[in-house]
Design a protein around this ligand. Structure first.
Ligand code: NAD
Ligand code: DAU
Length: 359
């Protein structure tokens, strides 16, 4: 049987880590479709650029003719949809792109997958999977004493980003229920690690702290996220792809709840140790509380018992070691950082933070 998979969004943060891990750990081919938005970077994939098992295609998941031709040409045994607009703050200032890619793009992929799957021979048809990479934000927000999100927790998305992901999850569910398409959905908590675009809390804090800039903490800094090292998320996706039951959803999380302020102080302390700078001094003094994110979810926490019991997946990396590795990675990849922080990046930072500091 053809061992090719089609990955979308494989030049972004999690997609890059997945493609690199997949190429390293399997014999299979990956067709990697990515629009190369501000968040996608081909340089991430330099180490597999000349590997015949990695085929990069520059294109949009909303382009049905392109998807149809890729499926016809490569006959993949699975489609893994990572492609999305992924930053909550951007979804607040400009939701249209989130509706387009996250909802219409998912719909386009599902429709083309359905047509392709219908055309397959019985063995290939049975083996085919459509894996949709989603988020814990679809469940909304938790109070401090609430139990963690389970797969049965009702959806209650609060941001345009979360609503767009929830919509795509519902489409995936419907394509299974109505057409029988063998789908799998993963709902994961906050990822961190190599190749993360420096608009998100952890890489932004690392780089600002390194450069002696203010470290913006939204609101009171007591919002809680459940952090997972990105390579553990990629391993979970591989497990779900190979062993997950079609039609099921799997929550993925690191069992590492941390308050934002604690994440930021941890990064400050690691950098003070690894890269002391007498001109900057103690990095904790760079912490600046700024105007909160509108509708800011207070707490996320994942109950990962289902994937752990059914598929034997457990995170390998603890938060303390994972964050150390991540800081070291950013210190060793300053050229990558310079490249991704283009003019458009600076415009975003200006737009998102200008009004916040003046609270
Ligand atoms: P990212 O923003 O770093 O990367 C997204 C990638 O998708 C980029 O390479 C971009 O160029 C590509 N893309 C965007 N629009 C596209 C389109 N229309 N067609 C083709 N490619 C397009 O995102 P990420 O953090 O790597 O997240 C990947 C997936 O995982 C997303 O679906 C996200 O919702 C989900 N997720 C992320 C996290 C997290 O903490 N980052 C946690 C749980 C789930
Ligand atoms: O939970 C999974 C989600 O995690 C993914 O689906 C999203 O794609 C991903 O972006 C992430 O969403 P968050 O909004 O939780 O991540 P972000 O890094 O933007 O923010 C993490 C927390 O830190 C959040 O409570 C907001 C806060 N924050 C963020 C930034 C960028 C700050 O305090 N200051 C900042 O400058």
């Amino acid at each position: 049987m053809n061992n090719t998979i089609l990955v979308t969004g494989g030049a972004g943060f999690i997609g890059t880590n997945f493609v690199l891990q997949w190429i390293a750990n399997t014999e299979a081919r990956v067709v990697n479709l990515d629009l190369l938005t501000y968040a996608g970077n081909r340089r991430n994939l330099q180490s597999v650029e000349n590997d015949p098992r990695h085929i990069f295609v520059h294109g949009n998941i909303c382009d049905d003719a392109l998807i149809a031709s890729l499926l016809k040409q490569h006959q993949p045994r699975a489609i893994l949809n990572f492609a999305a607009e992924s930053h909550v703050d951007r979804s607040i200032s400009g939701p249209a792109a989130f509706i387009q890619t996250n909802i219409f793009g998912a719909f386009t992929l599902l429709e083309q997958a359905r047509v392709y799957w219908d055309s397959l021979e019985p063995e290939a048809k049975t083996a085919f999977r459509f894996l949709h990479v989603s988020t814990d934000e679809v469940y909304g927000t938790l109070q401090p004493e609430d139990p963690a999100f389970q797969e049965t927790t009702p959806y209650a998305p609060n941001s345009p980003y979360a609503a767009s992901k929830a919509s795509s999850d519902m489409l995936v569910r419907a394509w299974h229920h109505t057409y029988g398409l063998p789908v799998l959905t993963t709902n994961c908590s906050n990822n961190y690690g190599p190749w993360q675009f420096p608009e998100k809390l952890i890489p932004l804090t690392i780089l600002n702290a390194l450069e002696g800039k203010p470290l913006p903490v939204y609101g009171d800094g007591l919002n809680v996220r459940d952090w997972l090292f990105v390579e553990d998320h990629c391993a979970a996706i591989s497990r779900v792809l190979e062993e997950g039951r079609p039609g099921e959803t799997y929550n993925v999380g690191g069992n590492s709840e941390r308050r934002n302020i604690d994440v930021v102080t941890t990064i400050c302390d690691i950098l003070d140790e690894l890269q002391p700078d007498s001109a900057i001094g103690t990095r904790r003094k760079l912490i600046t509380y700024v105007k909160d994110r509108p509708g800011h979810d207070r707490r996320y926490a994942i109950d990962a018992e289902k994937i752990s019991k059914e598929l034997g997946w457990h995170p390998a990396q603890q938060f303390e070691s994972g964050i150390h590795r991540t800081v070291e990675w950013f210190l060793a990849h300053r050229n990558w950082v310079d490249e991704v922080r283009s003019g458009a990046y600076h415009e975003w930072i200006e737009q998102n933070y200008a009004g916040r500091f003046a609270q």
